[in-house]
Design a protein around this ligand. Structure first.
Ligand code: CAA
Length: 297
């Protein structure tokens, strides 16, 4: 049974993935070329465990055990050499991912499953740069990983059935609910989510309603935890734009064409929570939602 995990990339998704594996008794090598990023990731994981300790879902002892299950490493070859599963959660950049998969294919043991947390890049394409395409699969976690129950599992064209079954079982061992889908642009999660977000941005761009109205309608009318514009800020407007482009190019259908307002905001560097401004303005420590001056009436 798979027990030794390597997670590549110590950003938001990578640290969340390391968190849930470590919490569930797996040993995790958390790998990032940037040592400072690794330090930050451990601090974030510890802080997120504190939330769970505070509400009583995890004991302090369990937190310490989980943290002890994580080793940080800057060298990919060293980090994956004993892994039974590698989960890649690097930046959503196709060239970077292909480069990483070539490397992990070279250094991970034969039989090790290689998973990507990509939100939209073709698993089949990633698998094609390795010598083990049948062992390559998509394991798409949702942000915040410790909270969100879903793992969208994506079968590449060559993914072996035993590999899919193993990843389904593993996701259940993490307390998650796996859903298996096929490898087409955006898979299912983003093929449905991104057109909704794009439509919300179009509605703002066309002046049909303001930021607060759009988000309130979807929150209170459809029981979404966040409105689509707030969710876009949370995901990152650059990520939303890049996924929409994958859908647009992949299906060749203008219904996925990104709204010009989204394109402008990304060009202007207003990427949402991570840059402090998107549809809303974010100041450290504040939970209050403040609409950006740009969209104030
Ligand atoms: N780690 C651990 N626990 C966390 C956490 C984290 N990073 N973030 C939040 N929590 C916990 C909190 O401790 C809290 O727990 P209790 O309710 O038990 O006390 C709970 O989650 C709710 O958190 P908050 O009270 O701080 O805030 P909230 O009620 O506004 O919920 C939220 C925050 C869970 C993020 C909620 O707003 C939400 O579900 N938003 C939508 C998230 C979503 O859609 N994610 C998917 C994005 S798409 C994606 O990831 C994939 C892609 O490809 C683009």
């Amino acid at each position: 049974m798979v027990q030794k995990i390597a997670v590549i990339g110590a950003g938001t998704m990578g640290n969340g993935i390391a968190h849930v594996f470590a919490q569930n008794g797996f040993t995790v090598n958390l790998i990032d070329v940037n040592a400072e990023q690794l330090e930050k990731a451990i601090a974030t994981i510890s802080k997120n465990f504190d939330r769970q300790v505070a509400k009583g879902s995890v004991t302090e002892e369990k937190k310490q055990q989980a943290l002890a299950n994580i080793t940080t490493i800057t060298d990919i070859a060293e980090g994956v050499k004993h892994a039974e599963l590698v989960v890649e959660a690097a930046t959503e950049n196709i060239e970077l991912k292909l480069q990483i998969f070539k490397q992990i294919d070279e250094f991970a043991p034969a039989g090790c499953i290689l998973a990507s947390n990509t939100s939209s890049i073709s698993i089949t394409k990633i698998a094609a740069v390795t010598k083990r395409p049948e062992l390559v699969i998509g394991m798409h976690f949702m942000n915040p990983v410790p909270v969100m129950k879903l793992v969208e599992i994506i079968n590449g064209y060559a993914t072996n059935k035993q590999v899919t079954d193993a990843i389904v079982d593993l996701s259940k061992r993490l307390g998650k609910v796996p859903c298996v889908v096929n490898d087409y642009p955006g898979f299912i999660a983003n093929k449905i989510l991104m057109p909704m977000i794009n439509e919300a941005i179009y509605s703002l761009y066309e002046g049909i309603a303001g930021v607060e109205e759009i988000d309130t309608i979807m929150k209170l009318g459809m029981a979404h935890p966040m409105g689509p514009l707030q969710l876009a800020d949370f995901i990152g407007l650059d990520v939303c734009l890049s996924i929409l482009n994958v859908l647009y190019n992949g299906f060749g259908n203008t219904k996925y064409a990104p709204c010009p307002l989204l394109v402008n905001m990304v060009t202007a560097g207003k990427l949402g929570v991570k840059t402090g401004e998107g549809f809303y303005i974010y100041s450290a420590g504040s939970k209050e939602l403040v609409v950006s001056d740009r969209f104030k009436k």
